[in-house]
Design a protein around this ligand. Structure first.
Ligand SMILES: [Zn+2]
Length: 321
């Protein structure tokens, strides 16, 4: 009996020790390494730059039952605690002749959770003064705001390019009146952010537009309108590899790959945005281009695969040291 009693005491003490230990051993959260990733594509070096993480509401997906959205997110183990985790990425491309930034992140246009592109660019070993060309896929603030800060150009030696159609849509003063009343306030708010971002480039003739068929520093422009009226992607042929900087033809590596016919609230012309995605995804799955995407999980570089031509899979590149 005495023996059993001492075992009980020992057990009690032991479990008490474990409990205390567990309470004390909360592991402090470590800071991540800088958000840049270098990828060699043939004779070209691409540095993916992380701007931050956005959490999208699952209700932003259009014309799909919410139940189905949640089923897909669950299937992909997508973190839904704060919304759908979505990266914001930009890409710095060293072609050997030119240093080109494709999109630029949100800077302070959407809050403190975004805006790390400039810091990560410097951390990657480059200086903003070295950037000579900026290619914007479109003028939404999470792509354009990063080019300047408080009216000063972040990339003082760069020429900024956007499509003619895109510039017209956002910068034509008559455009707002053409929109439905309920969309006008949102449109005007976005226009203000765009104007502020591009102003320092405009004053020194550093803001230019292009048309289909143009080529900028070896990048071929591809019309991928729908998400915005002048949305363009950029294709770059390197030695042995074709890379396409797709912009916002897709926002989700889960829902919009499983069900590519799903539009998102941010699409200005949802029907056209879906048509564009279906057309481009079919092309990428067939031809195997390397994809660089601003809203797929960082670094947002990989390939698009389809088994049946209806649904798709995102194949991210492997980490390579
Ligand atoms: Zn975007």
């Amino acid at each position: 009996m005495k023996h059993l009693y001492s075992i009980l005491i020992a057990l009690t003490l032991n479990s008490a020790t474990i409990t205390t230990h567990a309470a004390e051993s909360t592991i402090p959260q470590q800071k991540q390494v800088s958000g840049y990733y270098q990828y060699q594509a043939g004779d070209v070096q691409i540095t993916a730059l992380f701007d931050g993480t956005n959490f999208m509401s699952p209700s932003l997906f259009k014309d799909i039952p919410q139940q189905q959205v949640h089923e897909i997110l669950k299937k992909y183990y997508a973190d839904q605690e704060k919304g759908v985790q979505t990266s914001v990425n930009a890409f710095l491309v060293n072609t050997g002749k030119s240093l080109v930034l494709v999109d630029s992140g949100a800077a302070s246009c959407f809050g403190a959770h975004l805006g790390s592109v400039l810091t990560n660019l410097k951390a990657s070993g480059y200086q903003p003064e070295q950037v000579d060309t900026i290619l914007l896929t479109h003028l939404h603030p999470d792509h354009v705001c990063g080019i300047s800060k408080d009216g000063v150009a972040n990339f003082p030696n760069a020429i900024v390019y956007v499509s003619d159609d895109e510039a017209k849509y956002w910068l034509d003063p008559k455009q707002a009146a053409k929109l439905p009343k309920d969309k006008q306030a949102n449109y005007s708010g976005t226009v203000e952010k765009i104007k502020q971002a591009i102003a320092p480039y405009q004053t020194k003739q550093g803001f230019k537009t292009y048309k289909l068929g143009d080529d900028i520093q070896g990048f071929k422009v591809i019309n991928t309108a729908g998400h915005t009226p002048g949305h363009f992607s950029y294709a770059l042929k390197t030695k042995g590899e074709n890379v396409v900087f797709i912009g916002d033809i897709v926002h989700s590596h889960t829902v919009q790959f499983d069900k590519p016919e799903t539009a998102i609230e941010y699409d200005i012309d949802p029907k056209k945005a879906v048509q564009t995605r279906l057309k481009q995804f079919a092309n990428f799955a067939k031809n195997g281009q390397t994809i660089a995407a601003p809203h797929l999980p960082f670094p947002g570089i990989g390939h698009i695969y389809s088994q049946d031509g209806k649904s798709y899979q995102w194949m991210p590149i492997h980490f390579k040291d």
